[in-house]
Ligand binder design. Sequence first.
Ligand code: SF4
Length: 265
Amino acid sequence: MTIKLIQAKSILNQSKAFQSYTLNPYSGCPHGCVYCYNLQFIQQFKPDQKWGQFMEVKINAPEVLEKEVVRKPKNEVFFSTITDAYNPLEQKYQITQKCLKILLEHQWPVNILTKSDLVLRDLELIKSFKQKEVGFSLINLDPKIAKILEPGASLPEKKLLALQTLHQAGIPTYTFIGPIIPYLTDLPLIFKNLVGKVDKVLLDTFNTAPANWQNFKNALEPNFPELIPKCQELLFQKRRIYENNLHQEILKLSQQFHLPIKICF
Ligand code: SF4
């Protein structure tokens, strides 16, 4: 893993997809999720780099943010899209924490999506925001499978505990079940385990951009080779039927467990 300290020119980026700013205190992610959609962009913009093998620390991000919060219109800030704001480097560099402190001073709304229970370090800080949300991505509850699919992330049990702690502290919480992985994402079990821990559930299906699909297949090969043709059938040949069925299943689960949902596909 190469770690580079870099100077960012700007730090609040207006995102159409999120209708908010995105803030990436780092670039690169050591969690190594086998389905990471950033793979496709890295191949395009940093062809000499291997996703998961490099980290850029935006060492001046707090100084840049100080200037941008007084210059730009106030809007929600979403952490993060090309990293996990609570990746292990955050323990040392604390860029996310420093940025949060600045946003708190100006009471900008924040939305943090992570896979790491390191977020609990900043619980009191996050609690002080008037408008805040913290989400955890969760696609499987089996620790062995989770280690294959997202090797650097906190284990599912830790994610659930963190969600519970945040929820009990009065912080609005959500889970992003994305991507739903055919045969490996047990939706009923996940919904059951989310009751009392989250205010809503967001769901998305697998993005089969060539780089993502290839990486995913490489990860399945040694562990679940029998799933490759089965996933391929659902995600490519029968995608429409598969997604329609998923919609039905999700609506039923939402009613059964009284959990509001947002389906993103
Ligand atoms: S945590 Fe997010 S950014 Fe990091 S590897 Fe996983 S999917 Fe990609």
